[in-house]
Write a protein that binds this ligand. Structure first.
Ligand code: 5GP
Ligand code: MG
Length: 178
């Protein structure tokens, strides 16, 4: 049965058990790579809240997490788009930092934001994403950990929304072919 959200129909794409299974694999990798390093996870709201929660529960190592929002606005012509982090109250200098993002699409958001974090001199900085949608990529983003590589179709559910709705769905749906 397609799921109707506003004007669009969505069909099931990734089941809850499939998502959780992949997250457990990612957690095992992260535990292996970061045990003893007291990593700091920075989850980017809103979309990543469910992914961050399920992943962090699996990480039974010493680790910290904080949640930020990214606000983008148009800067001067020379600076182009400016992205600021709201809520980043942690000192990341000399910390092992892992960014948690729901989905990387064009790459613009993280391509713009990562250099700002690098300026603060973390010991290391890596990106972990639930969904990697490589086809529309226009800006390079180094992705170290990914759960799924997906085709270029709009998805919702498991934290991801369509105009505010759909975040509470346990599975991931994708836009139905016209
Ligand atoms: P980027 O800067 O990589 O183009 O955009 C990343 C952001 O766009 C994601 O964090 C997400 O909020 C949004 N986005 C990109 N593709 C999708 C999609 O298929 N579904 C939803 N719900 N959001 C998306
Ligand atoms: Mg997002």
């Amino acid at each position: 049965m397609p799921l109707q959200v506003f004007d669009k129909a969505f069909v099931p794409f990734l089941e809850e058990a499939t998502i959780i299974g992949k997250i457990k694999e990612m957690a095992a990798q992260l535990k292996n790579d970061y045990n003893g390093k007291k990593p700091l996870f920075i989850a980017i709201l809103n979309g990543s809240f469910m992914f961050a929660s399920d992943l962090f529960k699996e990480l039974d190592i010493e680790a910290e997490i904080c949640f930020i929002k990214l606000a983008s606005y148009k800067g001067t012509k020379s600076s182009g788009q400016v992205i600021t982090a709201i809520g980043l109250d942690m000192d990341i200098k000399d910390r092992h930092v892992i960014i948690l993002e729901d989905i990387i699409d064009t790459g613009k958001t993280l391509h713009t934001f990562l250099p700002q974090l690098i300026n603060q001199q973390p010991a290391s900085l890596k990106v972990a994403v639930l969904l990697d949608k490589p086809e529309p990529r226009k800006f390079e983003v180094p992705i170290e950990y990914r759960c799924f590589v997906i085709p270029n179709k709009f998805v919702l559910g498991y934290g991801l929304d369509y105009d505010g709705l759909g975040r509470n769905i346990r599975e991931i749906y994708q836009l139905q072919e016209a």
